[in-house]
Write a protein that binds this ligand. Structure first.
Ligand code: 9PG
Length: 474
């Protein structure tokens, strides 16, 4: 562990933190505030790192990979790491009387941590992030413009709905690159090769028709997960990540119950992951949204105990890359961030957008800002602006429709403008038939790629919360 003691009044600085996976909150807050820790125990594995939760004490802030302290003049201190290939890096800043104690801990093989005092926190953090990106051979392809089925159809998506939207997008000349089928096409979590009853076809039926309409086909997978009801689980109970009680670990609780994760230190699991990605590629999907990736990184009992969890995660992700091919476009989601650099092309950098601005009951009273809302998605993605040098950020979808949405017109335009400020992937999930003239016009603007496509002029912070950038288009 490396430690630094600063003789500064904690009340004079703010702290910039980043939670370890896509959905974990990232924010800029007064150091003397209290970092939220979810009251619901079952949220601890799903949006956070259960081995490094927020402490819940006032004046103590925990962050993964990077941490910065910011003075009102924009100067301060930046903690980072030169590499995160096989290690997790845990930072903590702690107010202690008239001093601040900062520690950096490496979980996994040793890596060099950096700690800079600077007159320009933003520039220094961007430089340190770029250094990590270079050392880990970051992939930063062109941003993609994606239509995704999740935020309108959820698990009820059908083959017909995909094709209808693709046809309408073509008719309206909407410039999407990718049409991406999300959760709902598969029989069960883990049973990717069998169609669900309601889908009305098979995922392999879709790509040729999308290609004909001029779109690339994209597919969602949660490749590290297995439901206890799945054939995958029944056939291979020995492939699961286990708890100390030797039972398969419960790694999350949506889809109506607990589910498990694959143990990526097991050679047969790695072979299965390669086969899964290669099969999806063979069906005609060169774009894969790989979701719930955190499952393979959780603390637990593994087949090969000599492999640390950061390395186990990375090996699982590499197996997917090997199966999909070098030229596939991989979008990580629900994924440990720095640990994915160099393997994924793009990364969700915040929680899900929802057709509502904020769910303050969950965020404030239950201490959980990893839930779906426009506010949570924007707030977190903006606070990770420096990650442009790690991958293409995916701040999630814009919502341009009026129907089936609680967003006001101002909120719809704000979301669209802020997503453009973040840059990276441009995405929508609106049923095209639901868009009126104004909705179509807003969507067209959302699909324009800015140059340069990243935040350029960082001006001030607002709301004591997110960093705010300016760019002229909206
Ligand atoms: C499909 C969805 C979409 C979406 C992903 C992800 O913490 N949670 O309980 C939680 C559940 C679902 C979720 C995110 C977080 O959504 O981000 O785009 O693909 O899965 O099931």
């Amino acid at each position: 562990m490396a430690e630094w003691k600063l003789n500064i009044d904690p009340a004079t600085v703010r702290v910039l933190i980043s939670g370890y996976q896509s959905w974990s909150e990232a924010e800029l807050r007064p150091l003397t505030d209290r970092q939220a820790v979810p009251l619901m125990q079952w949220r601890h594995e799903q949006g956070h790192d259960p081995a490094f939760l927020p402490s819940g004490e006032a004046g103590v802030w925990r962050s993964h990979s990077v941490l910065a302290l910011v003075r009102p003049d924009g100067g301060g201190w930046v903690g980072a790491a030169r590499d995160a290939t096989h290690s997790f890096i845990h930072w903590e800043a702690r107010a202690e009387g008239q001093t601040v104690r900062v520690s950096g801990t490496v979980e996994g093989p040793a890596v060099e941590l950096t700690w800079d005092e600077t007159g320009d926190v933003i520039g220094t953090l961007e430089r340190r992030a770029a250094e990590l990106g270079q050392n880990m051979h970051a992939r930063t392809p062109a941003p993609q413009r994606v239509w995704c089925s999740w935020y309108s159809y959820y698990r009820d998506v059908t083959l017909d709905a995909m094709l209808e939207n693709a046809r309408l997008a073509r008719e309206h000349g909407l410039p999407f690159d990718v049409f991406q089928l999300d959760d709902g096409f598969q029989a069960d979590l883990g049973d990717w090769f069998t169609a669900s009853d309601h889908f009305g076809g098979h995922a392999r039926d879709l790509p040729a028709e999308l290609n004909e309409l001029g779109f690339t086909a994209g597919l969602w997978l949660a490749p590290f997960l297995a439901s206890p009801t799945s054939q995958l689980f029944r056939d291979h109970p020995d492939w699961m990540l286990r708890g100390k009680d030797d039972l398969p670990l419960a790694v999350g609780h949506n889809w109506g119950g607990a589910y498990h994760a694959l143990d990526t230190t097991h050679p047969e699991v790695l072979a299965w992951l390669r086969e899964l990605a290669a099969t999806a590629r063979g069906w005609g999907y060169p774009y894969l949204k790989l979701d719930f990736l955190y499952g393979a990184a959780l603390p637990g009992v593994r087949h090969d105990p000599s492999v640390g969890r950061a390395q186990a995660y990375r090996n699982g992700l590499q197996a997917l890359r090997d199966g999909a091919g070098e030229d596939a476009f991989l979008l990580g989601c629900g994924a440990p961030l720095a640990s994915s650099v160099g393997i994924v092309d793009a990364m969700r950098t915040g929680p899900d957008v929802a057709p509502l601005w904020d769910e303050d009951s969950r965020r404030i009273w239950l201490g959980d800002a990893t839930g779906p809302s426009a506010r949570n998605a924007l707030h977190t993605a903006l606070s990770r602006w420096y990650q442009h040098s790690w991958y293409q950020p995916d701040p999630d979808v814009a919502i341009c429709r009026r129907e089936l949405s609680l967003l006001t017109a101002t909120e719809r335009h704000t979301v669209a403008a802020m997503l453009d400020v973040v840059g990276g992937l441009r995405a929508s999930s609106d049923p095209i038939a639901m868009l009126d003239e104004e909705g179509l016009a807003l969507l067209r603007r959302c699909l324009e790629i800015s140059a340069p496509d990243r935040p350029t002029t960082l001006t001030e912070s607002f709301g004591g919360a997110v960093t705010h950038f300016s760019r002229a288009r909206f």
